[in-house]
Design a protein around this ligand. Sequence first.
Ligand code: ATP
Ligand code: MG
Length: 562
Amino acid sequence: MTTTVEETPKKSLNFIEQIVENDLQEGRNGGRIQTRFPPEPNGYLHIGHVKAICMDFGIAEKYHGTCNLRFDDTNPVKEDVEYVDSITEDIKWLGFKWQNIYYASDYFQQLYDLAIRFIKEGKAYVDEQSAETIAQQKGTPTEAGTNSPYRDRPIAENLDLFERMNRGEFAEGSMVLRAKIDMAHPNMHFRDPIMYRIITSHPHHRTGYTWKVYPMYDFAHGQSDYFEGVTHSICTLEFEVHRPLYDWFLDQFVEGDYRPKQREFNRLNITYTVMSKRKMLQLVQEGLVAGWDDPRMPTVCGLRRRGYTPQAIRNFIDKIGYTKVEGMIDVSLLEYAAREDLKPKATRVSAIFEPIKLVITNYPENQTEVLQTENNPDDEQAGTRDLLFGRELYIERGDFMEEAPKDFFRLSPNGREVRLKSAYIVKATGCDKDAEGHITTVYCEYDPTTKSGTEGGNRKVKSTINWVNINDSVEAEVRVYDRLFAVEDPSASDKDFRELLNPDSLKVVQGVRVEAALAKAQPLDKFQFLKVGYFCVDPDSTAEHLIFNRTVALKDTWAKKV
Ligand code: ATP
Ligand code: MG
């Protein structure tokens, strides 16, 4: 007897999913799964964050747990509500839902109380040395550090000073609270890490001037995870060396079985861009890009404005996967994801970038007719639309040559026939030129028996060219975006990254003629401009001034360039 088993191929688990499944099997934390996405609201989200978002929200979704959004807002100098708002908007747009929104600042009192407890237990002290001196005393991975002269000050003195630090009695930078661990510890992060610093110069976006001391990341993150009930605190590899300290802080006060556990995966880096909020902020502040949502930026809002859909971005993240090894992903993979996603979604339309007039001399004057064209050959459901055809059209200047070489298959007065897309077969007969010899008008004759969609429409010719009607086509500005940087890894160069910008990353083309139907297009509507690429309507576009952004060319044009 034979049996056939049909199996749908099951995607293998990534290593974090394996850990989670293991934990579930072992009944860790009572079988509860809780994650968080913890952005610092000091910039806009970039596609690297999306990798973390897909992991954090994805794990919760897959294992029926919860994922919260937690703003890691412990540094009022750099943080702002503008960033909080953009982050929530972007996560929603990506299609993820958090259970709750939390803020590290929700825990300022709890963290402060915990710091007091550390002081009382002799585990923390106030250091009055400068940041430089503290850094100098850190030692090296092979040499022990030096104890601060303030390390053994009495508990009562530490308590008094810390409370006064928080009352604003001391200047910013004059004192810090440090954990008293071990200045000779082989893990440098254990060499009396700073727990609190004074910040009085900037109001906190939620707590104003209430607090004068703010917890450092290492003291805030694990504790916040614990207060919330996070089970899997997933982050990127640079935090791996912090993990023992994360555990150490928890060990000092956690009782009972529940314990959050930090896990790390590799960061996303992509060629021809920078993946750091600090660098992106510089580009924005120095006017080197048009803002955080400049379509050349690797930010979520930039990609959105560029014409990427949430699905394209998520497909890309899915494809690259999660590992423990740092690497660099080729941007062409992201561009490929855009094409694959847009192919069945984007309506095919004609846009003429360098219009030249085409007159069909044997087509009756003042006559027009309505032709049908398919909206998307990759989507049977997409249907057709009407095109107005007439005697005078625009075609691409490059689709005509007066004296053409043998391998030029488009229009030329050499007897060769060419099809006008979704219309008729035509044959060029001549052209007009201005005083400088510049071609101004091309003349042709059409064959009335060759209308697309009729029997005569089946006649095959070597090439098909795009056109729009002179009378009803509309003018548009097209912003042709390319990669922001001219080199693969701007961060690896000796030069400042700002010197490595691609001078051709934006070409603005005015006077493009597009099909009449596009006059009604709405911001972020997506199209394929036939033979050119994928484009979307810019949010600043209006019916009076249409603006399209190039998402990606049809083919990888960059490969040809370099
Ligand atoms: P940047 O280096 O751009 O300033 P960050 O790590 O400081 O980023 P956070 O707001 O602290 O930004 O990050 C929130 C979460 O996103 C963290 O868990 C972090 O590990 C993750 N994350 C940040 N950048 C990347 C990246 N390039 N790839 C994957 N995850 C990332
Ligand atoms: Mg950070």
